[in-house]
Design a protein around this ligand. Structure first.
Ligand code: URA
Length: 237
């Protein structure tokens, strides 16, 4: 149950004070009856709320995919840097957050939502959600690295990393690769390459579980997940 004024403000009908005026002006009905009291309690699953005759359905959760640029941090607030949330300008709710972290210099796919339960599942180590990264590497990446990653590498923690699937796109002094991992340890991709004596010079996440970064989503842009994308994510966890 939510208050009518909160319901209307969250669904973008107006600010809390605009909503009060709208209610006073008798422009809102609840189950067919004019509602003027801001504190009226709404059952978001069953009550039919209309503003000027049009139904306003309640959307509790929002889900966006964001193509993160370098230079912003994966946080909701930061004293020093732009955050990923500064790019999400037309969300309805004010409690959205990024699902997991990409480093400040990493680009690519980041899910932004206010669905804490889904986020928790996606980040749970027990779920082994696959994350694929495209990277440029200073150094010649070889089949030996592929094998080492497959067996797990020592990044200076108690346990080796879980197996990573390394695909070499270009084996040259500056190599290009795709790496799929199922964990999310701090700076994991960079540290895996350090473990084999190489340095990541560009890193971009291109997928997370069934979610793929679309080619046409420019850096710094975001869009709502489609129903199919959201369904795929929920099915995965
Ligand atoms: N691995 C890293 O090293 N950095 C990221 O941002 C993500 C994975």
């Amino acid at each position: 149950m939510v208050r009518l004024d909160k319901f209307l403000a969250e669904m973008g009908v107006g600010t809390r004070s605009e909503v009060k005026k709208i209610l006073k002006a008798k422009q809102v009905t609840v189950n067919g009856d004019t509602a003027t009291k801001p504190e009226t309690k709404i059952d978001t699953d069953n009550d039919v709320v209309c503003y000027r005759g049009s139904r306003i359905s309640y959307q509790k959760y929002e889900y966006y995919m964001f193509n993160k640029p370098a230079g912003c941090v994966s946080a909701t607030e930061d004293n020093l840097h732009r955050t990923v949330m500064d790019y999400i300008t037309d969300a309805v709710h004010d409690d959205l957050f990024p699902v997991g972290r990409l480093d400040i210099d990493t680009e690519g796919l980041l899910l932004i939502t206010n669905d804490g339960a889904l986020a928790h599942e996606l980040l749970s180590p027990a779920k082994h959600v696959e994350k694929t990264y495209y990277a440029r590497i200073d150094g010649m990446v070889t089949e030996d690295d592929v094998n080492q990653f497959e067996n797990g590498v020592d990044i200076g923690e108690d346990k080796l990393t879980k197996p990573g699937k390394l695909v070499i796109l270009k084996s040259e002094p500056i190599s290009e690769i795709e790496l799929t991992i199922t964990e999310g340890r701090f700076h994991q991709v960079k540290r895996m390459f350090e473990a084999v004596g190489k340095k990541v010079i560009y890193l971009k996440r291109i997928s997370m579980g069934p979610l793929k970064l679309p080619q046409d989503l420019a850096i710094g842009e975001y869009r709502a997940l489609t129903q199919a994308e959201l369904g795929g994510l929920k099915q995965r966890v």
